[in-house]
Design a protein around this ligand. Structure first.
Ligand SMILES: [Zn+2]
Length: 321
């Protein structure tokens, strides 16, 4: 059996899995990306977690390592300028892992990995034109056009989270203002919620929580339980997302838009305002050509599975040492 080590580096968690060619996750583990707060601590955790998963007998079945991360340059094999990771400057992650494990190592952007996973194993199986919008700490997009991942000139395409949603709007972590992810992402939903709370006399069941105890997950649960302020937070974010997805459909005409990531798990509270606004803003010709779907893969597994396809398919967007 051939096995890939898949590594999904996120702003909150880093997930590692052993995946076979059929997309079966054989073993899986997670650690907090910021534990130790430094590059060295991150790699110590990464190596020790891999050691726990890979027994000496398994090691000879490993055919490669697939990594996905935000802020990476796949063609150079580096992570660069990552504001959400304890990996500052330029980190030659492909070389570091290739030297450590003496196996081929492949790297791609996290949202592109999610798109590869959905395309091979998920709801976009068999589709040649689709987009996967990942709604996590931030917002990313993996774009598949004519069966190929759209990487852009150097692998940086798909930064949908930093499209300007509202001119001179909220301050974004990237330094700009009004970026889409400041309105719709886990952090965006929290900001929507606090803004709604400041504007209304209506009570929320989360009123008594201190600021750092309020999370997108809790707002999602409150919304499902009928909390009006929480519901409005998702309506506001969903409408902004729907408008931008309409722009996207006019440009690329995808067969499907898949909303993936932790925030999308809230379901129809987010999907309904997003889909309604999308279709309100579409030219009539497009209305029957596009569908909005949830991810069919397990919680946040799309990117892990996508990273494994880099190893097994050994094609762009990859970096082989
Ligand atoms: Zn931004």
């Amino acid at each position: 059996m051939k096995i890939a080590i898949s590594i999904d580096i996120g702003g909150t968690n880093t997930k590692i899995a052993l995946v076979d060619e059929s997309g079966q996750i054989l073993k899986k583990s997670t650690f907090l990306t910021w534990t130790g707060n430094s590059k060295n601590a991150f790699f110590d955790h990464l190596f020790s977690t891999i050691n726990e998963l890979v027994s000496p007998e398994t090691f000879h079945q490993i055919v490669g390592v697939g990594i996905d991360a935000p802020s990476c340059v796949p063609a150079e094999g580096i992570i660069k300028g990552a504001s959400n990771l304890p990996l500052k400057g330029e980190i030659p992650i492909v070389d570091i892992l290739a030297i450590k494990y003496k196996k081929p190592v492949f790297l791609c952007n996290d949202a592109n990995a999610a798109a590869l996973g959905e395309g091979q194993f998920g709801n976009a199986k068999g589709m040649k034109n689709f987009v996967v919008v990942t709604l996590g700490t931030g917002l990313g997009a993996g774009i598949i056009v004519n069966g190929q991942v759209m990487t852009g000139y150097s692998g940086l395409s798909g930064e949908m989270g930093h499209i300007t949603a509202i001119r001179d709007g909220r301050q974004c972590g990237c330094g700009r203002k009004g970026c889409l992810e400041t309105y719709i992402s886990a952090t965006g939903i929290k900001r929507n919620f606090l803004a709604q709370l400041a504007q209304t006399q209506i009570k929320s069941c989360l009123d008594d929580l201190t600021l750092n105890k309020i999370t997108a997950e809790k707002i999602g649960i409150a919304a499902k339980n009928g909390d009006p302020v929480a519901i409005k937070s998702f309506e506001f974010g969903g409408k902004i997302l729907g408008e931008h997805l309409a722009n996207y459909v006019h440009l690329f005409e995808p067969e499907a838009i898949i909303l993936a990531g932790g925030l999308a798990a809230v379901g129809e509270i987010l999907f309904t305002p997003t889909i309604n606004t999308l279709f309100e803003n579409l030219l009539p010709n497009y209305i029957d050509t596009v569908q909005v779907l949830p991810s069919a893969l397990g919680a946040n597994e799309a990117a892990l599975l996508g990273a494994s396809t880099l190893v097994f398919n050994k094609k762009e967007p990859c970096q082989q040492p």
